[in-house]
Every structure is written in structure tokens, then in C-alpha cells.
Design a protein around this ligand. Structure first.
Ligand code: SF4
Ligand code: SF4
Ligand code: SF4
Length: 189
């Protein structure tokens, strides 16, 4: 089974927010809402660590079964999509998500926008690929073009990676092996 994932390597993230900006600009996300955010822990203290977070496209998404109108689906490649035309903005998905990912925006007329979250740059459901409707509701569809997600492409330190879980796990294993070797070489004898 294919499972597309994002992973942000905290040992490489420099909290530059290029990923956040690439997503916002590339998909024309309105002010006040974001599909990706960068978090920093222990800011200014020893052990300061940053990482970038968006929808994890969970293997078993908690948000999916709670949606009362069946707006959330999981594709065969693991990407979790929300149909914005079905969404009734009830925010049950936000309550269910362990990462607090689904975002909603109060609009000028006082109504709440449909759920906004990472589309994995794969457009959205019930739209023809590259159609005006898809672009307006979900932004770019880079996956159908054979391109990687915008956020990971923009990460200069390659902290943020997107792709098949088996490939990402392999890269992380290689990085960890290299880091362990370096730690061993640097350790006082
Ligand atoms: S919204 Fe939350 S629960 Fe749903 S797939 Fe994304 S990270 Fe998982
Ligand atoms: S806010 Fe929309 S996507 Fe989320 S549970 Fe409600 S109807 Fe479903
Ligand atoms: S994969 Fe695409 S939609 Fe998701 S956070 Fe990255 S740029 Fe935004």
C-alpha cells in the first residue's frame, strides 16, 4: 500500500517559514488561515528545536469518521481530502484531529468558511484536474502534474520532505546513521 507523507526533520529545520509562505502564496490562501505552520520549542534556550506541521494525511484519520456529511475521504495513495462543497463548517474534524489541523475562517458576512487544510498539493475531490473550480477551491494540483508539493520543494535545508513513507523512512535512516557516526567521531576519547 502506498502512503504519501510529510516529515520535518527537526535537526535540519531552521524555522525560516519558507514552507509556510510557499503554501500560502502558491495556493492563494486567504489572510487569517494557513495550511502549514512552524513551531519552535525551548525558544532561546539550550535544545531549541523547530519543526513545520501540516495535515499528516494519517493512516487512520481521526477526522474522517466524525464528519457528519462524509466530506473527508482518503485516496488510494493515502492523501486525505476534504470536499469543500460538502463541508458544513461544523468543526467536528478539528475536535477530532490530534494535531489541531483543520482551520476555519470567519468570513465578512459572519459565516464560517469550509474546512481548510493541506491538500498535499493534489487539488481536491469532485473536480476535474487543473479546472478553474479546482484551482479556486483547492489551489494548485502539482501531484497530477508529477511535481512534489510546494512546501517541501522550497525547503532549503531539506528538513521538510514529502513522498512515499518507505522512501522517507529510508532517507531518515541514512541521515541518522551518518549523524551517529559523526557523534562517535566527535565524542571525547
Ligand atoms: S486533519 Fe488531522 S486527523 Fe485528519 S488526516 Fe489531517 S492530521 Fe490526521
Ligand atoms: S467542518 Fe466540514 S469537514 Fe469538518 S467535520 Fe464538519 S462538515 Fe466535515
Ligand atoms: S503539501 Fe501543498 S498544501 Fe500541503 S502544506 Fe505543503 S504546500 Fe501546502
Amino acid at each position: 500500500m502506498i502512503q504519501m507523507i510529510h516529515y520535518c526533520d527537526p535537526e535540519r529545520c531552521i524555522a525560516c517559514s519558507s514552507c509556510v509562505l510557499a503554501c500560502k502564496v502558491g495556493h492563494e490562501i486567504p489572510v487569517g488561515v494557513a495550511r502549514r505552520r512552524v513551531f519552535t520549542m525551548y525558544e532561546g534556550l539550550p535544545g531549541e528545536t523547530s519543526f513545520s506541521l501540516a495535515c499528516q494525511h494519517c493512516v487512520e484519520p481521526y477526522c474522517l469518521p466524525v464528519c457528519p456529511v462524509g466530506a473527508i475521504t482518503k485516496r488510494a495513495d493515502g492523501i486525505v481530502q476534504t470536499d469543500k462543497e460538502k463541508c458544513i463548517s461544523c468543526r467536528m474534524c478539528l475536535d477530532a484531529c490530534p494535531f489541531g489541523i483543520p482551520a476555519f475562517l470567519e468570513q465578512e458576512d459572519g459565516t464560517i468558511s469550509p474546512q481548510e487544510k493541506c491538500t498535499y498539493c493534489a487539488g481536491g475531490p469532485n473536480c476535474e484536474d487543473f479546472s478553474e473550480k479546482e484551482k479556486e477551491l483547492y489551489g494548485q494540483n502539482r501531484i497530477a502534474e508529477g511535481k512534489p508539493p510546494l512546501c517541501a520543494s522550497m525547503c532549503s535545508t531539506k528538513a521538510l520532505m514529502s513522498g512515499e513513507s518507505a522512501v522517507i523512512k529510508d532517507i531518515l535512516l541514512q541521515r541518522e546513521t551518518r549523524r551517529n557516526k559523526m557523534r562517535e567521531q566527535e565524542a571525547p576519547r
